[in-house]
Design a protein around this ligand. Structure first.
Ligand SMILES: CC(=O)SCCNC(=O)CCNC(=O)[C@H](O)C(C)(C)COP(=O)(O)OP(=O)(O)OC[C@H]1O[C@@H](n2cnc3c(N)ncnc32)[C@H](O)[C@@H]1OP(=O)(O)O
Length: 423
C-alpha cells in the first residue's frame, strides 16, 4: 500500500548504474571489490566463507560498469527481536564500492534496488552495522541501538555488598567448543528479553567461536565461563586474557566479548569471576547495554569508563507494516507525515493507531501531528532514542503540541536495546 499522494517509483536507479543479482561463481570477484573498499584481506573473506558459509547469493547485488563489478552489497535473512517479538528482517552487509568509482551514485543505485527487493520479500525492516556514521542516514536508516564498551580497573571493580550471591552456583572455565550447546541455548533463551538482538543461526556460531592466533591481538585463547545452578546453565561469558607486565607489575586485561545471564545471581557470579582473574589489572567489556546490570552493581559506578557507540541501524522498509507489527506501551492515535527519498512508497501521511494489543497504520489525509523522516522512525523503532530530540533539533516538526512526547511514551520499552552480533 502506498502512502497518500505518493506512487510507487520504478525499480531502476535514475543515475544509470546497472544493478543485478550476483552468483556463487562470481563470489571471488564480489569479495575482491568489497575487500578493497573495506580494507580486509580478500583471502580472509574467501576463507571464512569457505569454512563458515553464510552468504545468501540470491540476495547479493552487484553494480556494474559494463561487465566489471564496481559495487557490492548482500543481505542475510535474519530474525531480530523487536518490541512485540522476533521478526524476519533483512541484514544488510558487504557494502563496498571500488575506490575509483566512489561518490558517483553507485551505492545509491544499490540501496534503491536492495530496498525494493527487501520489500518484495515481505520483510518490513532492514538493519545493518555501519562502518561510518555518515553513510546510511540519507538512505533512511537510523541509529537504533546505542550501546557501550567499558573498562574498569579491577582494584575498583568490587560489586555492591547487596549483590545476590548464591554459593550453590558453580563456574566452569573451558573452551567454548566444549559448551557450545549450552551457550547457544542460553543466548536463544535470553535474547528475547531485549530488543535489538539477532537470533543467531546455528551456522553462525562456528564463525563466532572460531579462535585463530591472528584474531587474538596479543591476548590468549577464547575462553567460556559457564555458570551452572542445580537446574543447569544460567549464564556464560566469552573472554580472553591479555597478560602484560610493566616494572614487575601486571598491567594486562580481561577482554570480555559478551556476558549473558538468565538470572540475576548468574550475572553476579559472572562479573565476580571476570573481575577476580589473577595477574591482570583491568577488564574491558565489548558490548554492554546502556542499562547493563553492571551499571547498578558496581559499588563505585563512576569507575566504569564508558565509550558509547551506535551498533544496529534500523530502516523501515514497509512503513505501515513495520509500525503495525510493533507493540506500544500506551494507546495512540496520531497522524505522521513521513519523508522517504529512497523508498518513496513510504512517503506521505499515515494514521497510526494502537490500543488493545493491536496497531495499524493507514494512509490518511488528515492534518499531520508530526512531520519527520523515515530515518527518525528507524532510530526509535526498538525503543531507544527520542523523537522529542529530533523535534528539539528542528529536524522533525511538531504540529500538535505534545505529539512527539506521546509517541515517545508509546514507543517506550523497559530495557535498552542491545545488539551483540556484528554481521
Ligand atoms: C553494512 C556495511 O556493509 S557497512 C560498510 C560500508 N562500506 C565501507 O565503508 C567501505 C568504504 N566505502 C565505500 O565503499 C563507499 O565510499 C561507500 C559504499 C560508503 C559509498 O559509496 P558511493 O558509491 O561513493 O556512494 P554514493 O556515490 O551513492 O553516495 C551517495 C551520497 O552519500 C554520500 N556519502 C557516501 N558515503 C559517504 C561517507 N562515507 N561519508 C559521507 N558521505 C557519504 C555521498 O557524498 C553522496 O552524497 P550526495 O547524494 O549528497 O552527493
Amino acid at each position: 500500500m502506498a502512502g497518500a499522494h505518493h506512487p510507487v517509483p520504478p525499480r531502476n536507479d535514475d543515475l544509470g548504474w546497472a544493478v543485478r543479482t550476483s552468483t556463487e561463481q562470481e563470489y571471488p570477484e564480489f569479495a575482491a571489490v568489497f575487500s578493497e573498499a573495506i580494507g580486509l584481506p580478500v583471502e580472509r573473506l574467501l576463507r571464512e566463507e569457505r569454512d563458515f558459509p553464510s552468504a545468501e547469493y540470491d540476495r547479493a547485488l552487484v553494480a556494474l560498469d559494463g561487465e566489471r563489478i564496481v559495487g557490492t552489497t548482500m543481505a542475510y535473512s535474519l530474525t531480530l527481536t523487536v518490541p512485540g517479538g522476533p521478526r524476519a528482517v533483512a541484514g544488510v552487509t558487504a557494502v563496498g564500492v571500488w575506490p575509483t568509482y566512489r561518490r558517483r551514485g553507485v551505492l545509491s543505485a544499490l540501496m534503491r534496488r536492495q530496498l525494493a527487493d527487501v520489500r518484495e520479500r515481505g520483510e518490513k525492516l532492514a538493519v545493518l552495522w555501519s562502518s561510518e556514521g555518515t553513510i546510511y542516514g540519507r538512505f533512511g536508516y537510523g541509529p537504533a541501538v546505542r550501546q557501550f564498551e567499558a573498562s574498569v580497573q579491577l582494584a575498583h571493580a568490587a560489586l555492591r555488598p547487596g549483590a545476590p550471591r548464591d554459593p550453590a552456583l558453580t563456574v566452569d572455565l573451558t573452551e567454548p567448543g566444549h559448551v557450545r550447546g549450552e551457550i547457544e541455548e542460553l543466548h536463544r533463551r535470553t535474547a528475547s528479553a531485549r530488543n535489538g538482538h539477532i537470533l543467531r543461526k546455528p551456522g553462525w556460531w562456528g564463525w563466532l567461536l572460531h579462535d585463530e592466533e591472528r584474531d587474538r591481538r596479543g591476548a590468549g585463547p577464547l575462553r567460556a565461563a559457564v555458570v551452572r545452578g542445580p537446574d543447569g546453565a544460567e549464564g556464560y561469558a566469552l573472554y580472553r586474557v591479555l597478560h602484560k607486565w610493566e616494572d614487575r607489575l601486571p598491567t594486562g586485561e580481561v577482554r570480555v566479548r559478551e556476558a549473558v545471564a538468565a538470572t540475576a545471581r548468574a550475572g553476579v557470579a559472572l562479573y565476580d569471576h571476570l573481575f577476580s582473574r589473577d595477574l591482570v589489572s583491568s577488564a574491558h567489556l565489548d558490548n554492554l547495554a546502556e542499562d547493563d546490570i553492571l551499571t547498578v552493581l558496581l559499588a563505585d559506578p563512576r569507575r566504569l569508563a564508558r565509550r558509547e557507540f551506535d551498533s544496529l541501524w534500523v530502516r523501515l522498509v514497509d512503513l505501515p507494516g513495520a509500525l503495525a507489527e510493533r507493540s506500544y506501551a500506551t494507546p495512540l492515535d496520531t497522524v505522521l507525515e513521513v519523508t522517504d527519498r529512497f523508498a518513496p512508497w513510504n512517503a506521505g501521511r499515515w494514521r497510526l493507531r494502537a490500543g488493545g494489543g493491536e496497531a495499524r497504520a493507514d494512509a490518511a489525509d488528515a492534518a499531520p501531528d508530526l512531520t519527520l523522516d523515515v530515518s527518525h522512525l528507524g532510530a526509535v523503532y526498538l525503543g531507544g532514542g527520542s523523537l522529542t530530540a529530533f523535534v528539539d533539533a528542528g529536524l522533525a516538526v511538531e504540529h500538535a503540541p505534545g505529539a512527539a512526547a506521546r509517541l515517545d511514551t508509546a514507543l517506550h520499552v523497559p530495557r535498552a536495546p542491545l545488539c551483540t552480533t556484528d554481521f
